[in-house]
Design a protein around this ligand. Sequence first.
Ligand code: UTP
Length: 275
Amino acid sequence: MVSIAVVPVAGHGTRLMPLTRAVPKELLPLGRKPVLQSVVEELQQCGIDDIVMVTSDRKQCVLREHFQTGAPSSIQFANQCEQLGLGHAVLCSEEFVGQNAFLIALGDAMIGLSDHASLCRRMIRIFHETDADSVIAFQSVPIERVSRYGIASVASAYKAGDEFFELSGLVEKPSTDKAPSRFAIAARYICKPDIFSLLRETKAGAGNEIQLTDALRLLIDRGGKVLGVPITDTEQRYDVGSFDSYFTAFIEAALADPECGDRVAAKLREILAKQ
Ligand code: UTP
């Protein structure tokens, strides 16, 4: 059973300065809700009721305030005292996770515009059916964007349309000519608790941060069975990590709004026609 999720939300959000001086980027709206609320709802829809948010002293107060009313799940807060990277943030959740397999959902990325949970439901099912050590979501990105992501080396004879593939490696932010595929890690992972000892072994990598990707590569190198699950067209990842992705994600979420979407679309057409 995967019944616990770790949601890292402690990052500085430096790419969104000055917006993130006081406002956590995870509370930025995509449509009518903060992106983090959609993440919590996604987890609930997957049957996950225990959520560990890894946060910082600075952000904890406002996050608690947002979720204290009306969140049916149990949300606990783990503190990341120093922002040493995503891998380090996950390590900060260890005592809350204990011996359980767990899902990691990045708090600044929403999956899909309406059914947020289909991807994680599928990942959980594949994790159980295959007895994998880890299952990671992947999105196909244009070749010119591979250098922004963790990219998969695909081991098995994967054919388009297959539900998953096995990974033979992972490369963090490769150059275009070195990218082993166009499959980029997409904000959702399932791990077993052995990932914590691998994270402890992982030295600071890209950006001088402890990278979750590096610990997962170590898992693959040591013979772990790590599977990649491609996302479908309706499971696109919408993240607020950069102004580019935040602005476009907000527009798409606004266009999908059942009440105002049509009017926003008409206005947008008018604006674009003048350009
Ligand atoms: P990012 O690397 O996109 O977030 O991490 P960041 O570090 O805030 O970004 P920049 O580069 O400074 O703009 C993805 C998720 O992991 C969390 C972030 O809060 C975000 O939700 N994270 C990142 C942590 O919890 N701790 C960290 O040390 C780094």
